[in-house]
Design a protein around this ligand. Structure first.
Ligand code: MG
Length: 233
């Protein structure tokens, strides 16, 4: 990591970080897999979190059928999966997410959404749950980049949208591939455990710091940011 500077932007993941949406995503994926006769287990979708839908579909088709997914399959299967996700009960906010974001905003830190998702049902809820925090021009979604997490591209695009250097940003993500993406973009990366994936998987993915819940992150991130301020001034 380059020399840390004053933090001007926080690049924040959506699924499993702001919303407790991963269980529904995993169930929607499994419904699709079963319907299409593709081998998978529900648990593994937690590990693929952050990958684009197209990349996941390609992985599953390669595994079961031994060939690449066609562009039509990537598009049609993902549309079906998104439909199944919408049919499930609404997801709740992750406890602590609102407070975590509010503290960043109070400090004058710009907030950018960096998600691998293209799930409009959830993206459209952001303005309701986080008013003014993630306007359309401050969102990196599956439509913004070709290569999703764990490639650095989504977080690099987030830096561009914020207009800051990597040393002026912080990345917050709950998934191993997500923290790997933040780390690959050379950003100070905070991992947060919000589901079945344990802390050591987030450290193994490259997180510099790991909190054991979003509530813990909301409570202790301010102290970390204060320390960075002290060091850089
Ligand atoms: Mg996530």
């Amino acid at each position: 990591m380059t020399t840390q500077q004053h933090i001007r932007a926080a690049l924040i993941d959506m699924d499993g970080t702001l919303y407790n949406s991963m269980p529904n995503h995993a169930k929607a994926w499994m419904r699709l897999m079963n319907e299409k006769g593709l081998q998978a287990t529900e648990e593994e979708f937690f590990l693929y979190e952050g990958m684009t839908g197209a990349a996941i579909i390609d992985k599953m088709i390669r595994r079961t059928l031994g060939r690449e997914a066609t562009e039509a399959e990537k598009k049609d299967f993902y549309a079906l999966k998104a439909k199944y996700f919408v049919e499930m009960p609404p997801v709740s906010l992750i406890d602590g997410a609102v407070d975590m974001v509010a503290d960043l905003r109070r400090r004058g830190i710009d907030t950018i959404l960096v998600t691998g998702s293209g799930q409009n049902s959830l993206l459209s809820r952001l303005e309701v749950d986080f008013p003014g925090v993630f306007p359309a021009e401050k969102r990196v979604t599956s439509a913004s980049v070709k290569r999703g997490k764990p490639f650095p591209d989504p977080y690099l695009r987030g830096l561009e949208l914020a207009g800051v250097n990597a040393c002026e940003a912080i990345a917050i993500d709950n998934a191993p591939l997500g923290v790997a993406s933040g780390r690959a973009a050379d950003i100070l990366t905070v991992g947060v455990v919000t589901g079945p994936i344990p802390a050591h998987e987030l450290y193994a993915g490259g997180a510099h710091v790991v909190y054991h819940s979003m509530r813990e992150c909301a409570d202790f991130l301010p102290g970390l940011l204060d320390k960075i301020e002290t060091i850089t001034h």
